[in-house]
Design a protein around this ligand. Structure first.
Ligand code: DLL
Length: 433
């Protein structure tokens, strides 16, 4: 079912007109109300009146994660603070705080975008959504929640974790849609198997999975283990959270809600806009947002666009499943982590050298496990084991509080981590997805 055919199945030319009107409005607003954007546009000698067509977007400035960091927390706010209704922040908070501040209308639009997403997977008001994305600052939990409510479905706000209880609820309430990260879906499946629960016999028949990279292999495995259809959903805190793009029942690319988020693919090196079909960095402009609207936000995610008609009847552009990122961001159990954050935290801990290696594995449980190998200063290493154990626990605690993920620390002797003549290799990612 198409949740909102007026916009999702809109005639292409009419949509372009709508996008242009919204873009023009946005640029005027940003120039008038957000000093950061006014300054950028002044520097580039472009005024809102110079925007005559959609293609003129290429003349407007980009916004980057660094810009968000420098303007944290309220520098990009485009409305009075009293108009805000909710604030979210990206999961990897410390190094790169990314804020999304929503007005009442922004939350309504989020609900709409997510209702489209759930409907894309075949969801309707008859469904019971077991929502195991984390509730809180992370956008996954509440994003799905608002979408389910807008759709008129029943939502069980489980949040992630406590797998035994997830299984109990799944059986008792007859959940029909599962929403969580794909790796958590597989983890639940393992636990079910161990507990002798036959997932295939449950009413659960579809799932919306995203927030981390996954593959066709993982899709097949989830579909097989649950006897369900598994759909890829995409979004990011900066733009709205989940609800930016979603797969329909054709499972053939993700439809972008392009009346709400204007998408571009650029060459990450030159910033040049690339034609449809060419792989590059995904860029979004928020077309209706009131709280923290963004102009040409560089997501660092890599994909390409397809515009041929889809069998589902939606006319929106589709993006391919993501190929990866242009930066070194890791997604560990749904939490965004930059190696630089780990480095920053280590520098502050006495007794360690800034030589480290992050090893990421996805074990039999399908959950990400991180081992952080850290070199210990010479004087510390000759110390008694008690001191070393204390240091190890301290690093683990610091990482837990700064990164919000658990890491296993392995202290190693000075000069054991391989030195590099060029760009040092800080991460060994053994996950095969
Ligand atoms: O992960 C929002 C979300 C919640 C999306 C629930 C889908 C479902 P952030 O924590 O800001 O927001 O992380 C955004 O996660 O730039 C991608 O690199 C990655 N990502 C999100 N969805 C997918 C996906 C949420 N379907 C970052 N496939 C993005 C691959 C994804 N990577």
């Amino acid at each position: 079912m198409i949740f909102n055919p007026e916009y999702e199945a809109m005639d292409g030319e009419a949509r372009k007109k709508l996008q242009f009107a919204r873009l023009k409005n946005l640029v005027e607003k940003l120039y008038a109300d957000v000093p950061f954007y006014r300054q950028r546009m002044d520097e580039m000698k472009i005024k809102p009146r110079d925007i005559h067509g959609l293609e003129d977007i290429a003349r407007l400035p980009f916004t980057t994660k660094d810009d968000l960091r420098e303007t944290y927390p309220y520098g990009l706010l485009a409305c009075p603070r009293s108009h805000l209704e909710e604030i979210h922040m990206s999961s990897g908070t410390t190094g790169v705080p990314v804020v999304d501040a929503y007005t009442k209308k922004d939350i309504e639009i989020w609900g709409e975008a997510m209702a489209r997403t759930l409907a894309g997977a075949g969801g309707s008001r008859d469904d019971t959504v077991q929502n195991c994305y984390g509730y809180g600052l992370f956008t996954g939990g509440l994003g799905v929640h608002y979408g389910a409510k807008t759709l008129g479905a029943n939502v069980i706000p489980m949040s992630s974790g406590n797998t035994q209880r997830q299984l109990m609820v799944m059986q008792s309430f007859g959940s029909t849609i599962l929403t969580c990260t794909p790796s958590y879906a597989l983890y639940i499946a393992e636990e079910a198997e161990e507990a002798g629960i036959d997932l295939k016999s449950l009413p659960l028949n579809k799932g919306c999975f995203g927030a981390e990279p996954w593959s066709e292999n993982m899709r097949r495995e989830i579909e097989e283990r649950y006897n369900m259809h598994a759909y890829d959903i995409y979004g990011l805190t900066e733009i709205i959270g989940p609800g930016v793009a979603f797969e329909c029942e054709a499972q053939d690319g993700l439809h972008i809600n392009e009346d709400l988020f204007y998408p571009e693919i650029i060459d990450p090196a030159s910033g040049r806009v690339l034609p449809d079909g060419e792989k590059g960095e995904l860029v979004f402009t928020t077309l209706t947002k009131e709280g923290t609207p963004l102009l040409r936000y560089r997501t660092r995610d890599v994909t390409f666009f397809r515009r041929e008609p889809c069998s589902c009847g939606r006319t929106t552009v589709r993006m391919n499943r993501l190929f990866g990122r242009t930066d070194d961001m890791l997604i560990i159990r749904g939490v965004n982590v930059f190696p630089s954050q780990i480095e920053q935290a280590l520098i502050e801990i006495e007794g360690t050298d800034p030589h480290y290696l992050i090893v990421v594995n996805r074990g039999a449980t399908h959950l990400d496990e991180v081992e952080l190998q850290v070199e210990v200063k010479k004087e510390f290493f000759s110390d008694e084991t008690k001191g070393l154990e204390g240091l190890r626990t301290k690093i683990e605690n610091v990482m837990k509080s700064k990164l919000m993920i658990g890491v296993k620390v392995k202290l190693v002797e000075p000069k054991t981590i391989e030195r590099s003549m060029g760009k040092s290799k800080r991460v060994i990612d053994n996950r095969t997805i």
